[in-house]
Every structure is written in structure tokens, then in C-alpha cells.
Design a protein around this ligand. Structure first.
Ligand SMILES: *Cc1c(COP(=O)(O)O)cnc(C)c1O
Length: 467
């Protein structure tokens, strides 16, 4: 004789008092779905339903849904502009502007003086022109989009065949996220003409490649790698006269594209958009969320006639920015009007400008709590490390910094425990040491609060100063 006990109906289970708090938090629909899954999971099981166990099971199942998928984390990787962790943090001014734009209708494309239609680029173009010295500017979704639309408009073969764009073999880059210059060229409807070699390209290489189908010469910032040793690249100052003589457009993909001289804060030089414009480049593209420190965007500055054509290209409509990011971008650019305020207000510059001494002092403040948070057997310490700007800027120049370090058995497990914190802390493992580079630790109080978490077992301080 079989003794199968059928689970109670979903409706009856949903009425169990044990489930009421979960229904209150997650909503009835999600809880009913979880109950169905629970009933399916024990179909035919000869046991009588236990309301408390069921509530517990549903709660665990729904916890992933109830909390946001995109979580706040501590970026302690040592890479200031970490693409996988969302790149630049925005200034409070930009955050406020974005929130205000989200809440209300705005003059996104509306001219208050005449009551007619306005241009969305008008909110940011005057700032970009002022900050780069360019005649005109426009903005799209990201720099990959900026390169795509610029190439498509200035060298793409919409009507006839694809036209040619000359690029040095030393600049045919791939950056993270499958952005490769040859692929973008093809999608933009251009024919890529490679010149020179990986390590050396001369002006005569460009000159020899120019033919009747050539539309443009393109320079690309090598971003995430450096060619060192026996090398030769052709500067804009050399290229521009050649291009003028042949009636060609010169495009430069700056990548990170800073608007200020990083040397102001003791950092190595990174090419600015203003320098590119001053050297005669016709169209310059760069990202909004790398060194510029704003929202994701692709900024295009240059000659008025060329920018006008790009802004009228149908791809512009497909790649345009929304009011929220435009508001944040405008507020970010406005900060650049006052360079003194910049280092206080812009988190990216603030993090880059921190001195090793300042970071070491922070590490010393945090070490006792950090050491106390580790279980017995771990050796906590402070280590001199080198971080990076990230997102393609200065790939070789490393930023001297200090990190909290942990050594012991099972580094991966410890790193995982830090990732399971309410605000996950993301570090890096190098030389059998788990490192938390503090250059980018802004919210020290929140980090400290978490160190008493039971994830690490609490307990008495175990740390000693590392070597
Ligand atoms: C980062 C980068 C890009 C892509 O920019 P996104 O804003 O991420 O689309 C393109 N070119 C270079 C040289 C870069 O460094």
C-alpha cells in the first residue's frame, strides 16, 4: 500500500502565518512562485508539510531576487578606473543633477526663449569647446560609439564603396569588451589600410599608402599596452601637414581623454583633448567615464563642419545620450571650470591625487580592526603596492600606494569571505598575499563597520605587521 501524502494547496500554504512576513517584503506573486517550486521539489515525498521549514526555504530562494543584482562594492583592487566595477564614480554635483533630471521633465530638447525645439548637444557642447579649444562638439553613448559614428560619417561608404582609413600597425588595438579597431572599421563601412610595423611606423609609410580612395588617417591611443624599446610613432604634428596637403581628415581616438594635465597632481603625462586639437587633429574622440570622471559617454570634438556632419548621421539617433547622463555630464564638465575645486569634488582626480603618505596613514588606522577580523593563523599587515589608473590610461606607470595585506592558508577562501560581506570588498591576490589597496577607499567608516562581521569569525587580534 502506498502512503503518498500530497502537499497542501498553494493557496493554503500562502495563508500560513509563517509566510506573512515574506509576502509583506517580497509581494505575494514571488512567494507563490517560490511555493510552487517548493511543492515541485518535494513532489511525492512522503512527509507532511512543515510551515516553518517551507518559509525558510522560500526566504532563501527569494533573497537573491529581493536584493538588487548590481550591488555596491568596495573597489580595493588598486585599479582606480575599473571597467568591471563601473569605472568613474561621479561627483556629488553630477549625482544631484542626474537625480533632478530623473524626477522632472526637463529642457532636454526645448528652447525656453522661443518655446521651440532645442538641441540636446547644446547642454554640453559649449563646455567641451571651452575645455578643449575645439570649434564644435557632440556626444554619444560611449567612446566605442564615438569611433564608430566618426568613421562611418567621415570615411564610410554609404553611397559608393567603402573608403580607406590609414592606421599604423602599432595602433591596431583591442581593448577589453571586444572593441577592436579592425572590426569597428568594418562595421563603419571603411577599408582599413595598415601601415608600418608593430614597433615602428614612419611618416613615409603613411605617405606611400595614400591613394584616390583614402578618406582619413586615424591615430589610436594604445591605451592598455605600451610598445617599448626600438620604436617609432608619427606625431600629430608630423601627420597633420601631410593630411592637409592630400585633403584628408585626421581622426584621433584618445581613449581615456583627460581634460586636465595630470602632472598638476604629480602624475605622469597623459595626452589631453586640448593638446590633440591644438596639434591640428580634425576630430578627437574620448570616453566620459574614464579619466574625465563623468558618466558613460563618447565625446567627439573638432572642426565645426565635420562635427555637424557626424551629428546629422542617422547613427547619432541610435547612439544618443539620455537626459540623465547629459545632466550628469554637464555638471561634471562645469567642475572643470574651476581646477582648484576639481581635486576636492571629482572622485577620480581625488583618488589619483592621494599621496602614498596619506594612504599609509589610512592603512595604519585600519590595521588593528583588519587584523582583528581575521581568524587565527592569518598574518595581517601593511604592504607598499603599485596600482593603476585603469581603463587604458598610463598602462605602465604604476601608482605607488599602500594596501592592507593578509597571508596564510586558503587565500581564495579568504578573498571569497570578503566578497560575501554586506558591501563586498574586492581586492587582489599577488605573491601569495591578499591585498586591499586603499587608494580608492573613500568610505572608511562603512568599511570599518563591516570588519566586525562574523564572516571572519571575529575574535581577538591575530595580526602582526607584515614584512
Ligand atoms: C576605452 C577606449 C575605447 C572605448 O571607450 P568606451 O567609452 O569604453 O566605449 C576606445 N578606444 C580607446 C583607445 C580606449 O581606450
Amino acid at each position: 500500500m502506498s502512503t503518498i501524502v500530497h502537499p497542501p494547496s498553494i493557496d493554503r500554504m500562502a495563508a500560513w502565518p509563517a509566510l506573512a512576513p515574506l509576502i509583506e517584503r517580497a509581494g505575494r506573486k514571488l512567494v507563490v512562485d517560490a511555493l510552487r517550486a517548493w511543492a515541485d521539489a518535494r513532489r511525492g515525498a512522503p512527509e507532511v508539510a512543515d510551515a516553518a521549514a517551507c518559509a525558510h526555504w522560500c526566504e532563501a530562494r527569494l533573497s537573491a531576487l529581493v536584493q538588487p543584482s548590481q550591488r555596491r562594492v568596495f573597489n580595493l583592487t588598486g585599479t582606480v578606473l575599473h571597467t568591471n566595477l563601473g569605472r568613474a564614480l561621479m561627483a556629488e554635483e553630477a549625482i544631484e543633477a542626474a537625480v533632478a533630471a530623473m524626477r522632472s521633465p526637463t529642457t532636454l530638447e526645448y528652447d525656453l526663449s522661443g518655446g521651440g525645439r532645442g538641441e540636446r548637444d547644446d547642454h554640453i557642447a559649449p563646455w567641451l569647446c571651452r575645455l578643449t579649444g575645439a570649434e564644435a562638439a557632440t556626444a554619444v553613448n560611449n567612446n566605442a560609439g564615438a569611433v564608430l559614428i566618426a568613421l562611418s560619417e567621415l570615411a564610410g561608404g554609404q553611397a559608393g564603396g567603402a573608403r580607406e582609413v590609414i592606421v599604423s600597425r602599432g595602433e591596431l588595438i583591442e581593448i577589453g569588451g571586444a572593441f577592436r579597431i579592425p572590426d569597428i572599421m568594418a562595421r563603419a563601412g571603411c577599408r582599413l589600410i595598415e601601415v608600418g610595423t608593430t614597433n615602428r611606423t614612419h611618416l613615409k609609410d603613411y605617405a606611400a599608402a595614400i591613394g584616390p580612395e583614402t578618406a582619413a588617417i586615424m591615430k589610436v591611443h594604445p591605451s592598455n599596452y605600451a610598445v617599448q624599446g626600438f620604436t617609432k610613432t608619427v606625431s600629430a604634428a608630423e601627420l597633420v601637414p601631410l593630411a592637409r596637403e592630400k585633403g584628408l581628415v585626421v581622426i584621433e581616438d584618445l581613449g581615456s581623454g583627460t581634460l586636465v594635465d595630470l602632472e598638476t597632481w604629480g602624475l605622469p603625462h597623459e595626452p589631453t583633448a586640448r593638446e590633440a586639437i591644438a596639434s591640428g587633429i580634425d576630430v578627437v574622440t574620448f570616453s566620459g567615464d574614464k579619466l574625465l570622471g563623468g558618466p558613460q559617454a563618447g565625446l567627439i570634438v573638432g572642426r565645426k563642419a565635420l562635427i555637424g556632419r557626424i551629428a546629422r548621421n542617422p547613427l547619432k539617433r541610435a547612439l544618443r545620450l539620455d537626459k540623465v547622463r547629459l545632466a550628469a555630464l554637464e555638471a561634471t564638465l562645469r567642475l572643470y571650470a574651476d581646477p582648484e575645486r576639481l581635486v576636492k569634488r571629482l572622485p577620480t582626480i581625488r583618488a589619483l591625487a592621494r599621496t602614498p603618505d596619506e594612504i599609509r596613514a589610512q592603512a595604519e588606522r585600519l590595521l588593528p580592526a583588519f587584523a582583528a577580523a581575521l581568524r587565527e593563523g592569518w598574518q595581517a599587515g601593511i604592504e607598499a603596492v603599485r596600482g593603476q589608473i585603469g581603463s587604458g590610461a598610463l598602462p605602465v606607470d604604476l601608482l605607488p600606494s599602500f594596501a592592507l595585506s593578509a597571508r596564510g592558508k586558503g587565500l581564495d577562501k579568504l578573498a571569497d569571505a570578503f566578497r560575501q560581506l554586506p558591501i563586498p570588498a574586492i581586492g587582489r591576490i599577488a605573491n601569495d598575499t591578499l591585498l586591499f589597496d586603499l587608494r580608492t577607499l573613500d568610505d572608511e567608516a562603512a568599511f570599518l563597520t563591516q570588519l566586525s562581521s562574523p564572516v571572519f569569525g571575529g575574535g581577538a587580534p591575530q595580526g602582526r605587521r607584515g614584512s
